[in-house]
Design a binder for this molecule. Structure first.
Ligand SMILES: [Mg+2]
Length: 194
């Protein structure tokens, strides 16, 4: 008798264990949007740092090698500025990189999917956030996709004689068409960060 109870208890426990094991999968399937939730600011910054940590040593070494009209390209939203987490604030690892570029006399070029009409406000936002002087800014004209803006802008920079030694952006499209030497791809968490 006691053995029977023991068996029943064991199988109940087994069933419970099965339910518990299945529960997380069921919960995440039911709340698909929760799975796509943006990480905390701290996690984002840690992820950004991981990407940007080698950027200044790379810049120092690349500048030492020389070349003509060396320049770096930056995206604005969720790259240069913390658009999603703290609108208007500088994304510090990228700001440090930009300051290092300026320290070397390397022009900072901006490629952004913000509209042409927002040119003055984009430049003033970067200045207010502490960015060094921006040598050139290229914005959206009538493209439907941001990737086309970025490609046109970088092609334009190259046609002006710049050697794009680094390209920093957070969307895959920011890095498409490789007419630059090294890309620094920040997280966008499945396109949640513009
Ligand atoms: Mg962006």
């Amino acid at each position: 008798m006691s053995t029977k109870i023991g068996k029943a208890a064991a199988s109940a426990a087994g069933l419970l264990a099965l339910c518990l094991a299945a529960a997380p999968a069921t919960a995440s399937a039911a709340t698909g949007s929760a799975a796509a939730k943006l990480p905390s600011y701290e996690t984002w910054q840690a992820d950004v740092r991981k990407v940007m940590d080698p950027s200044v040593p790379y810049l120092d070494e690349r500048v030492r090698q020389g070349g003509s009209k060396l320049a770096v390209v930056l995206d604005i939203d969720n790259t240069s500025l913390e658009t999603e987490y703290h609108p208007g604030a500088p994304n510090k690892p990228v700001l440090e990189f930009a300051k290092a570029a300026a320290g070397h006399g390397v022009p900072i070029l901006i490629a952004t999917a913000r509209k042409e009409s927002g040119k003055a406000s984009a430049l003033s936002a970067l200045k207010k956030a502490g960015y060094p002087a921006i040598t050139a800014i290229c914005l959206k004209k009538n493209e439907s996709h941001a990737v086309d803006v970025k490609i046109r802008c970088r092609k334009q920079f190259v046609s002006e004689g710049y050697t794009l030694i680094a390209n920093v952006g957070n969307r895959p499209g920011d890095l498409e068409y490789k007419n630059y030497e090294r890309g620094f791809k920040l997280p966008d968490y499945d396109e949640q960060l513009s």
